[in-house]
Design a binder for this molecule. Structure first.
Ligand SMILES: [Zn+2]
Ligand SMILES: [Zn+2]
Length: 232
Protein backbone atom coordinates (compact mmCIF):
# COMPACT_ATOMS: atom_id res chain seq x y z
CA UNK A 1 0.00 0.00 0.00
CA UNK A 2 1.41 3.38 -1.03
CA UNK A 3 1.23 6.04 1.59
CA UNK A 4 1.70 9.64 0.55
CA UNK A 5 2.95 10.75 3.95
CA UNK A 6 5.58 8.06 4.25
CA UNK A 7 6.59 8.03 0.59
CA UNK A 8 9.50 10.45 0.93
CA UNK A 9 10.96 8.56 3.89
CA UNK A 10 10.39 5.20 2.18
CA UNK A 11 12.31 6.46 -0.86
CA UNK A 12 15.21 7.54 1.33
CA UNK A 13 15.17 4.17 3.07
CA UNK A 14 15.13 2.42 -0.30
CA UNK A 15 18.26 4.35 -1.28
CA UNK A 16 19.83 3.96 2.20
CA UNK A 17 20.23 7.74 2.18
CA UNK A 18 21.38 8.19 5.79
CA UNK A 19 22.19 11.87 5.36
CA UNK A 20 18.74 12.87 4.15
CA UNK A 21 17.06 10.68 6.78
CA UNK A 22 19.24 12.42 9.36
CA UNK A 23 18.13 15.81 8.03
CA UNK A 24 14.46 14.83 8.22
CA UNK A 25 14.98 13.61 11.79
CA UNK A 26 16.53 16.96 12.68
CA UNK A 27 13.25 18.63 11.64
CA UNK A 28 11.49 16.58 14.30
CA UNK A 29 14.19 16.71 16.95
CA UNK A 30 15.06 20.41 16.68
CA UNK A 31 18.83 19.95 16.73
CA UNK A 32 21.48 17.55 15.53
CA UNK A 33 23.31 15.41 18.06
CA UNK A 34 25.02 12.04 18.09
CA UNK A 35 22.19 10.13 19.75
CA UNK A 36 19.80 11.31 17.06
CA UNK A 37 22.19 9.77 14.51
CA UNK A 38 22.29 6.48 16.39
CA UNK A 39 18.49 6.35 16.16
CA UNK A 40 18.60 7.03 12.42
CA UNK A 41 21.24 4.33 11.85
CA UNK A 42 19.35 1.79 14.00
CA UNK A 43 16.01 2.54 12.32
CA UNK A 44 17.39 2.24 8.81
CA UNK A 45 19.30 -0.94 9.60
CA UNK A 46 16.26 -2.68 11.10
CA UNK A 47 13.81 -1.65 8.37
CA UNK A 48 16.23 -2.87 5.69
CA UNK A 49 16.96 -6.10 7.50
CA UNK A 50 13.28 -6.87 8.19
CA UNK A 51 12.40 -5.80 4.64
CA UNK A 52 9.24 -3.95 5.69
CA UNK A 53 7.59 -0.67 4.90
CA UNK A 54 5.44 1.21 7.34
CA UNK A 55 2.33 3.17 6.45
CA UNK A 56 1.83 4.37 10.00
CA UNK A 57 -0.87 1.81 10.77
CA UNK A 58 1.12 -0.37 13.11
CA UNK A 59 2.56 -2.80 10.51
CA UNK A 60 5.67 -2.67 12.60
CA UNK A 61 6.26 -1.68 16.17
CA UNK A 62 9.31 -0.14 17.76
CA UNK A 63 9.99 -0.83 21.42
CA UNK A 64 12.40 1.77 22.77
CA UNK A 65 14.22 1.45 26.08
CA UNK A 66 15.04 5.12 26.59
CA UNK A 67 13.42 8.50 26.04
CA UNK A 68 16.53 10.35 24.90
CA UNK A 69 17.42 11.89 21.50
CA UNK A 70 17.82 8.39 20.00
CA UNK A 71 14.04 7.93 19.93
CA UNK A 72 13.41 10.83 17.54
CA UNK A 73 15.66 9.20 14.93
CA UNK A 74 13.72 5.96 15.44
CA UNK A 75 10.35 7.69 15.13
CA UNK A 76 11.21 9.54 11.94
CA UNK A 77 12.81 6.61 10.12
CA UNK A 78 10.47 3.81 11.22
CA UNK A 79 7.25 5.83 11.30
CA UNK A 80 6.48 4.27 14.69
CA UNK A 81 5.40 7.19 16.83
CA UNK A 82 3.93 7.98 20.20
CA UNK A 83 0.76 9.20 18.45
CA UNK A 84 0.14 6.18 16.22
CA UNK A 85 0.68 3.73 19.08
CA UNK A 86 3.39 1.84 17.19
CA UNK A 87 6.00 3.18 19.58
CA UNK A 88 6.25 1.33 22.86
CA UNK A 89 8.34 2.72 25.67
CA UNK A 90 9.98 0.52 28.25
CA UNK A 91 11.62 2.55 30.95
CA UNK A 92 14.93 0.64 31.13
CA UNK A 93 17.24 3.62 30.58
CA UNK A 94 19.17 1.89 27.75
CA UNK A 95 19.93 3.26 24.30
CA UNK A 96 18.27 0.29 22.66
CA UNK A 97 15.38 -0.49 20.34
CA UNK A 98 13.58 -3.59 19.18
CA UNK A 99 11.86 -3.23 15.85
CA UNK A 100 9.37 -5.95 15.08
CA UNK A 101 7.07 -7.10 12.36
CA UNK A 102 3.53 -8.13 13.31
CA UNK A 103 4.57 -11.80 13.09
CA UNK A 104 7.05 -11.24 15.93
CA UNK A 105 10.23 -11.41 13.84
CA UNK A 106 12.31 -8.64 15.32
CA UNK A 107 15.72 -7.06 15.57
CA UNK A 108 17.14 -5.58 18.75
CA UNK A 109 19.94 -3.05 18.56
CA UNK A 110 21.66 -1.81 21.69
CA UNK A 111 24.42 0.79 21.62
CA UNK A 112 27.72 -1.01 22.30
CA UNK A 113 29.03 0.03 25.72
CA UNK A 114 32.59 0.25 24.34
CA UNK A 115 31.40 2.48 21.49
CA UNK A 116 29.25 4.63 23.80
CA UNK A 117 32.10 5.05 26.29
CA UNK A 118 34.59 6.00 23.57
CA UNK A 119 32.66 9.02 22.24
CA UNK A 120 33.86 11.36 24.96
CA UNK A 121 37.51 10.67 24.06
CA UNK A 122 36.71 11.02 20.39
CA UNK A 123 34.91 14.37 20.81
CA UNK A 124 36.39 15.95 23.98
CA UNK A 125 35.49 19.58 23.28
CA UNK A 126 31.84 18.81 22.54
CA UNK A 127 31.50 16.70 25.68
CA UNK A 128 33.33 19.27 27.79
CA UNK A 129 30.86 21.96 26.77
CA UNK A 130 27.94 19.58 27.24
CA UNK A 131 28.95 18.82 30.84
CA UNK A 132 29.39 22.47 31.60
CA UNK A 133 26.34 23.97 29.91
CA UNK A 134 23.80 21.14 29.99
CA UNK A 135 24.72 18.67 32.73
CA UNK A 136 25.89 21.22 35.33
CA UNK A 137 23.68 24.02 33.95
CA UNK A 138 26.45 26.56 34.36
CA UNK A 139 25.95 29.95 32.81
CA UNK A 140 27.80 30.04 29.47
CA UNK A 141 28.42 32.71 26.90
CA UNK A 142 26.32 32.77 23.70
CA UNK A 143 29.55 31.83 21.88
CA UNK A 144 29.93 28.71 24.02
CA UNK A 145 26.35 27.63 23.31
CA UNK A 146 26.86 28.25 19.61
CA UNK A 147 30.11 26.32 19.66
CA UNK A 148 28.50 23.39 21.46
CA UNK A 149 25.61 23.19 18.98
CA UNK A 150 28.04 23.37 16.07
CA UNK A 151 30.27 20.63 17.49
CA UNK A 152 27.32 18.33 18.17
CA UNK A 153 25.97 19.00 14.72
CA UNK A 154 29.31 18.05 13.13
CA UNK A 155 29.64 15.02 15.36
CA UNK A 156 26.11 13.97 14.46
CA UNK A 157 26.97 13.95 10.75
CA UNK A 158 30.32 12.26 11.31
CA UNK A 159 28.74 9.43 13.30
CA UNK A 160 26.66 8.44 10.26
CA UNK A 161 29.85 6.97 8.78
CA UNK A 162 30.21 4.40 11.56
CA UNK A 163 29.09 0.95 10.36
CA UNK A 164 26.03 -0.28 12.33
CA UNK A 165 27.86 -3.36 13.67
CA UNK A 166 30.55 -1.15 15.20
CA UNK A 167 27.88 1.00 16.84
CA UNK A 168 25.43 -1.64 18.03
CA UNK A 169 25.16 -5.14 19.35
CA UNK A 170 22.55 -6.53 16.99
CA UNK A 171 20.44 -9.61 17.52
CA UNK A 172 17.60 -11.23 15.59
CA UNK A 173 14.92 -12.25 18.02
CA UNK A 174 11.33 -13.47 18.11
CA UNK A 175 8.98 -11.50 20.33
CA UNK A 176 5.37 -11.45 21.40
CA UNK A 177 4.01 -8.35 19.66
CA UNK A 178 1.56 -6.30 21.70
CA UNK A 179 -1.97 -6.20 20.27
CA UNK A 180 -3.20 -3.35 18.10
CA UNK A 181 -4.10 -0.38 20.24
CA UNK A 182 -7.75 -0.80 21.27
CA UNK A 183 -10.28 2.01 20.92
CA UNK A 184 -11.97 2.93 24.18
CA UNK A 185 -15.30 4.53 24.96
CA UNK A 186 -15.35 8.18 26.08
CA UNK A 187 -16.95 9.25 29.38
CA UNK A 188 -17.59 12.79 30.67
CA UNK A 189 -16.04 13.75 33.97
CA UNK A 190 -18.83 14.73 36.42
CA UNK A 191 -16.85 17.72 37.71
CA UNK A 192 -15.00 19.38 34.82
CA UNK A 193 -17.12 17.96 31.98
CA UNK A 194 -14.10 17.04 29.88
CA UNK A 195 -14.18 13.87 27.79
CA UNK A 196 -12.01 11.08 29.17
CA UNK A 197 -10.98 7.67 27.87
CA UNK A 198 -13.03 5.14 29.84
CA UNK A 199 -10.03 3.29 31.26
CA UNK A 200 -8.78 6.50 32.88
CA UNK A 201 -12.03 7.32 34.69
CA UNK A 202 -11.88 7.10 38.47
CA UNK A 203 -15.06 6.19 40.39
CA UNK A 204 -15.26 8.30 43.53
CA UNK A 205 -18.34 8.98 45.73
CA UNK A 206 -20.54 7.44 43.01
CA UNK A 207 -19.21 9.87 40.44
CA UNK A 208 -17.14 9.24 37.34
CA UNK A 209 -14.18 11.58 37.54
CA UNK A 210 -11.12 12.37 35.53
CA UNK A 211 -7.76 11.84 37.23
CA UNK A 212 -7.07 15.51 38.17
CA UNK A 213 -10.60 16.05 39.54
CA UNK A 214 -10.30 12.82 41.58
CA UNK A 215 -6.79 13.81 42.68
CA UNK A 216 -5.85 10.25 41.81
CA UNK A 217 -2.44 8.76 41.14
CA UNK A 218 -1.19 8.84 37.57
CA UNK A 219 1.96 8.23 35.58
CA UNK A 220 3.90 10.83 33.72
CA UNK A 221 6.65 10.41 31.14
CA UNK A 222 9.22 13.16 31.49
CA UNK A 223 12.97 13.60 31.40
CA UNK A 224 13.27 11.30 34.42
CA UNK A 225 11.46 8.40 32.72
CA UNK A 226 8.01 7.24 33.83
CA UNK A 227 7.19 8.80 37.17
CA UNK A 228 4.23 8.22 39.45
CA UNK A 229 2.49 11.34 40.72
CA UNK A 230 0.00 11.55 43.54
CA UNK A 231 -2.34 13.93 41.68
CA UNK A 232 -2.54 16.42 44.56
ZN1 LIG B 1 19.51 15.56 20.69
ZN1 LIG C 1 -12.52 16.36 35.60
Amino acid sequence: MKNQFREQIENLIEKSDLHRLHNKSGELHGHFCNYLSYGVVAGLYAIKELNVSNTGMEEIVAIVETNNCFVDGIQMVTGCTFGNNALIYRDYGKTAVTISKRDGNAIRLVLKPSFDDSREKEFPEAYGLFYKLVARREQGTPEEYGRMMKLFSEMSIQELNVPPDEMFNISKIKIQVPEYAPIFETIKCSICGENVMKTRIVEKDNKSLCIPCAEAEYFELNGNGIISNSGK
